[in-house]
Design a protein around this ligand. Structure first.
Ligand SMILES: Cc1cc2nc3c(=O)[nH]c(=O)nc-3n(C[C@H](O)[C@H](O)[C@H](O)COP(=O)(O)O)c2cc1C
Length: 359
């Protein structure tokens, strides 16, 4: 029996104990709407560390207030937020896991209602919403029209990612993920469906990738050589004329040249009318293709729900890490259960629970 899932992996100055990583998952649980983490986030993220995950990535965390998907998102644009992350990071570390955070700006998909709210779409200004920004003034279907960023606005976004990265590292996070997927701001720049600019940030692939490459550069410059940077891509828009796997491969090479260490490969999210063939492991071939074409380490994500399936993704060389989302919401002990299923003895099951071994 192989156990690639439980082989440690080293990225720059960080060794992570295994390859089962927690995919970032928005909780929309900041009731005060100030972006500050709450006890919910401590228990939510902490439970995955206690349950044996290798790295626990905090949800899409906004680098500026207007970059929040909903008014209830986490933020890391001020020191109060940074300080409130510290005990969460400390708890994750106390359980032997690495702590990561996804740095995000939602662009034209910001200022929306929570997924479970009765209303859908954009939150109006008189209910706490705001005018969104994007590469071009093109609305996501059903949402309010965004304002196109000018060049200064783009530079401010780049600086905000770097400042957020600094705060994250100061809070103790070991690993940073730049969110360039799911139709949020950096993906909006990448895709010709949402970026019709005619300046240096639009047009050619190189121009559309410029905002992301500048973000990676600025984050790397801010955090130094030791901190791993992961970039999450949507590898396709799943529609003709949109962003493609080949585009993702080329931009993966560029972000790697500029200091990214791994790409986390999701798909979709930039246009609602895409037809997506959802099923077990449906995005894994994209991670495999990017890894093969570029040599850059990949994380695979999307309906990797079973331990043997996750193991198979790694032993067949399709990815270096699996990101698990909903299977971990269902069972925060997924990693401990996977170890039992693969007959791997782990030294890190919680001692407090020794009378209830997972077999
Ligand atoms: C509740 C929930 C919140 C999510 N929030 C984020 C997020 O903050 N950032 C992100 O990149 N993806 C987010 N996603 C997508 C997941 O990270 C993951 O890519 C997706 O759920 C597919 O993996 P799974 O089948 O293992 O759940 C979210 C998914 C769920 C279910």
């Amino acid at each position: 029996m192989t156990h690639a899932l439980f082989e440690p992996i080293t990225l720059r100055g960080l060794e992570v104990r295994n390859r089962i990583w927690v995919s970032p998952m928005c909780q929309y649980s900041v009731e005060r709407q100030d972006g500050v983490p709450t006890p919910w986030h401590l228990v939510h993220l902490g439970s995955f560390a206690r349950g044996g995950a290798g790295a626990v990535l905090a949800e899409a965390t906004a680098v500026v207030p207007e970059g929040r998907i909903t008014p209830h998102d986490l933020g890391i644009w001020n020191d109060e937020q940074r300080d409130a992350f510290r005990p969460i990071v400390d708890f994750i570390h106390s359980q032997g896991a690495a702590a990561g955070i996804q740095l995000a700006h939602a662009g034209r998909k910001a200022s929306t209602h929570r997924t479970w709210a009765e209303q859908h779409g954009s939150v109006p200004a008189d209910e706490g919403g705001w005018t969104t920004v994007a590469p071009s003034a093109i609305a996501f279907d059903g949402y309010a029209e965004p304002a196109a960023l000018d060049t200064d606005g783009i530079h401010e976004v780049v600086r905000a990612f770097a400042a957020a990265a600094r705060r994250a590292v100061d809070a103790g996070f070991d690993l940073l993920e730049v969110h360039a997927a799911h139709g949020y701001l950096l993906h909006q720049f990448l895709s010709p469906l949402s970026n019709t600019r005619t300046d240096a940030y639009g047009g050619s692939l190189e121009n559309r990738a410029r905002a992301l490459v500048e973000v990676v550069d600025a984050v790397r410059a801010e955090v130094g050589a030791d901190v791993p940077i992961v970039v999450r891509f949507s590898a396709t828009d799943w529609v003709d004329g949109g962003w493609t796997l080949e585009d993702t491969e080329q931009v993966t090479r560029w972000v790697a040249e500029h200091g990214a260490d791994m790409v986390d490969v999701s798909t979709g999210g930039n246009v609602p009318q895409a037809t997506i063939p959802v099923g077990p492991g449906y995005q894994v071939p994209f991670a495999a293709a990017i890894r093969a074409a570029t040599g850059v380490p990949t994380a695979a994500v999307g309906m990797i729900d079973e331990p043997h399936q996750a193991e198979q993704v790694l032993v067949t060389g399709q990815a270096d890490v699996v990101m698990i989302g909903r299977a971990l919401l269902r069972d925060p002990n997924f990693a401990l259960r996977a170890a039992a299923a693969l007959r791997v003895e782990l030294p890190y099951a919680p001692r407090q629970y020794h009378r209830a071994p997972i077999v």
